[in-house]
Write a protein that binds this ligand. Structure first.
Ligand code: SF4
Ligand code: SF4
Length: 99
């Protein structure tokens, strides 16, 4: 099983997404300690086009992040807010983020 194999309860609604589409969800939904970024708040370096404004100087945690099956859950959604909400839902963090 590779990183793109969704758990059984997600499989029916997970399109196959194997490349990062720069959807911005992973720069917005999780808390990122190295950036002092809270849960459910887009990174201050995330540009309106969902690219990283400090890409060359981004921290190691961002450099190490790899696409996985969750991208299939979030990337096809139409807005950053929807993608962020779904990301938090997948990880059971939607209540904690108080969106
Ligand atoms: S959630 Fe996946 S597709 Fe979206 S920006 Fe992050 S790695 Fe790329
Ligand atoms: S520093 Fe760049 S890659 Fe890292 S979370 Fe912020 S926008 Fe995303």
């Amino acid at each position: 099983m590779d990183a793109f194999t969704p758990p059984p309860n997600f499989a029916p609604r997970s399109p196959l997404v194997r490349d990062c589409t720069a959807c911005g969800a992973c720069c917005s939904a999780p808390d990122i300690h190295a950036l002092r970024k809270p849960l459910g708040v887009p990174c201050v370096h995330l540009r309106p086009d969902c690219l990283c404004a400090v890409y060359a100087a981004r921290p190691a945690v961002c450099r190490g992040y790899q696409p996985d099956w969750v991208c299939g859950e979030v990337a096809p959604l139409p807005t950053l807010e929807a993608r962020m909400r779904r990301f938090l839902e997948v990880y059971g963090l939607d209540d904690e983020a108080r969106l």
